[in-house]
Design a protein around this ligand. Structure first.
Ligand SMILES: C[S@@+](CC[C@H](N)C(=O)[O-])C[C@H]1O[C@@H](n2cnc3c(N)ncnc32)[C@H](O)[C@@H]1O
Length: 288
């Protein structure tokens, strides 16, 4: 049966993704195909290969090659106070509710190298809530998690981070939150005290229990609709009563499996809040 070039490439992609999953346990089979293809082709060219399937034996037998490919497949671009308007909205609309809680649990899923997590620590510190908070940062990329745990970033990124911090409504001097030394900036020790980084694969692992807030920004865009639905369901199951869910600016709950279980708190900034289950709402008695 004649096959088009496109069909053959699709078969090659499926074989590669199956091999990655069965050999190494990383499941990219439900990632959005267009960006996966771009990244696989990038590694193919770097390895001076002409066909995707030439990578198959390397994936199966060459751990170093696989680790390089894993690096290509994980887009770990991030910043402190990325999309400052999100943090400004969080400060204005979520913090007043968090202030009424004796203890606050926040999960940053897909936290990459940790900048987003430390941004939240700074924000909660400035709002006087950090001492009663526990912040979890998770990712499936162990290399990124190591950088996150160290909290050491290139000094030249501080200029962008400072501008973001100010645009996000920062209340102090951003320089108070890091120590500059030999071209690097080390996050202040107190910002690590209530922060825990851990490995978690959104495509394979279970919920994190009883979170007041789940932040997962710029991760779902890489997933197909089925995987987005299963991850959003995982977030719903990880949130406590009336918990908040924060997504990236290009991500939405529209047409998702849990869309009708959340209300919108800040539309442009993608902040949502779990609705009361219907049975609870009619019985009354819960705080708003
Ligand atoms: C573009 S970064 C976003 C970082 C940060 N949330 C932000 O918005 O700046 C996407 C992150 O998602 C992580 N990621 C992708 N697939 C994942 C999965 N299945 N489980 C956990 N993390 C995943 C990547 O390793 C990467 O660190």
């Amino acid at each position: 049966m004649p096959q088009t070039k496109k069909n053959i490439e699709r078969i090659e992609m499926e074989l590669l993704l199956e091999a990655i999953f069965r050999r190494w346990g990383y499941d990219f089979r439900q990632y959005a195909p267009a960006s996966l293809k771009r990244r696989l082709e990038h590694r193919m060219r770097r390895a001076e290969m002409t066909q995707l399937s030439e990578m198959l034996p390397k994936i199966l037998h060459d751990e170093e090659f696989f680790n390089q490919l894993l690096g290509d497949l994980s887009i770990t671009v991030t910043e402190m106070f990325r999309d400052p308007h999100f943090y400004a909205a969080f400060r204005k609309q979520v913090v007043p509710v968090l202030r009424t809680y004796p203890f606050i649990k926040i999960w940053h899923a897909g936290c990459a190298t940790g900048e987003e997590v430390y941004s939240m620590a700074v924000l909660l510190h400035e709002e006087g809530l950090y001492d009663r908070a526990q912040i979890y940062g998770t990712d499936y990329n162990n290399h990124s998690l190591e950088i996150a745990k160290q909290g050491v970033y290139p000094l030249d990124s501080m200029q962008t981070f400072t501008a973001n911090y100010q645009a996000a409504g920062g209340k102090a001097s951003f320089a108070d939150y890091y120590l500059a030394r030999y071209g690097s900036a080390k996050i202040a020790g107190f910002l690590k005290e209530n922060v825990t980084f851990a490995h978690h694969n959104l495509a394979a692992d279970g919920p994190f229990g009883e979170m007041n807030v789940v932040v997962c920004r710029n991760v779902l865009i890489y997933f197909d609709q089925d995987l987005q639905d299963s991850v959003l369901t995982l977030f719903r199951d990880s949130l406590c009563h009336r918990g908040y869910l924060c997504l990236g600016t290009k991500e939405t709950l529209d047409f998702s499996a849990v869309g009708n279980e959340f209300e919108t708190v800040a539309g442009k900034e993608r902040v949502f809040r779990a609705l009361q289950p219907a049975s609870v709402a009619t019985a009354g008695g819960h705080r708003p």
